[in-house]
Write a protein that binds this ligand. Structure first.
Ligand SMILES: N[C@H](CCC[C@H](N)C(=O)O)C(=O)O
Length: 287
């Protein structure tokens, strides 16, 4: 994008996980990492956890594709809360017509269902526990791992939901030292592409509390793929059932994982906050 740029965007959130939504279907080039960082600045930019782009669909039958950038400018493979906001954006724009449609994401196609209560339910794909595809450097797929970090020895489950997740079970999510343990695990070389770190407190077989220190964004008020990751890790451990309410600081998500080979279903809200226009110099020339 050239000097003296101007961008129209939508500001949205899904359970408090907040986004800038940029329509690229008119041929807008992908945002540079420098532009993402400039827009993410809460003081001189717009402020968000992720920037989501709306893009032309890769094939007939798919309504649109969306791209995902974390606030630090890094690209991501999946964003559950963001996918619901993209679905709401496409519905309001009249691009998506019916109650059910397909979206394409960097992690593949997602089935969207618009629920009568105003929430959106997404098929988030099947969890992948294979270390090589998380990616996580482990000799064998153990599901559960331990690592010595600068914040002490941590025990966690590891899984990909199209993006990498580590889930640590804690006695109290409120008292978890998220700001110290999250970066400590992310710093480990065993996660060569980084990792989103979830801190899960089991309240009942169908209810957990969760906080997530996200890759490229820090602690967010909610993480959709993180909620899916926490449920599948805890379900495999026998700590929760197959239908779980996940209570995050910004709201609740409803997760279903019918059986070991099934895809994970996530239902939750999507909200519009405001429409805006950003103008500024090309950050590429500033960095
Ligand atoms: N930070 C994540 C992307 C956003 C995921 C989260 N906001 C969600 O709702 O799934 C990553 O780098 O993999």
């Amino acid at each position: 994008m050239k000097a003296g740029m101007s961008l129209r965007f939508s500001k949205m959130h899904g359970a408090g996980n907040h986004f800038l939504v940029l329509d690229r279907r008119g041929g807008l080039p992908p945002p540079s990492p420098a532009l993402v960082r400039a827009l993410a600045d809460p003081f001189t930019g717009v402020g968000f956890d992720q920037l989501l782009t709306i893009e032309d669909p890769p094939r007939a039958g798919v309504v649109a594709r969306f791209g995902i950038w974390n606030a630090d400018g890094s690209a991501a493979g999946q964003c559950g809360n963001g996918a619901r906001c993209v679905a709401a954006w496409l519905r309001r724009a009249g691009v998506a017509g019916g109650e059910r449609f397909l979206l394409d994401s960097p992690a593949g196609e997602l089935e969207v269902a618009c629920l009568a209560d105003g929430r959106y339910r997404l098929g988030m794909g099947r969890p992948d526990f294979a270390p090589a595809r998380i990616p996580f450097a482990a000799a064998v797929e153990a599901g559960e791992y331990e690592l010595n970090t600068e914040a002490g020895r941590l025990r966690f489950g590891a899984v990909s939901m199209g993006n990498p997740h580590a889930v640590i079970e804690v006695p109290s999510a409120a008292r978890a030292d998220v700001a110290r343990l999250g970066p400590a695990l992310q710093a480990r070389p065993e996660f060569p592409e980084g990792v989103n770190v979830g801190f899960a407190e089991v309240l009942a077989a169908d209810r957990i509390r969760l906080r997530v220190y996200e890759r490229g964004a820090g602690e967010t008020r909610a993480c959709g793929s993180g909620a899916c990751a926490a449920v599948v890790v805890l379900a495999r451990r026998g700590r929760v059932g197959r239908h779980v309410w996940v209570e995050l600081p910004g709201g609740s998500l409803e997760i279903d994982w019918p059986h070991e080979d099934a895809q994970v279903l996530m239902a939750g809200p999507a909200a519009f906050v405001f429409e805006g226009q950003w103008s500024g110099p090309d950050p590429e020339s500033q960095e």
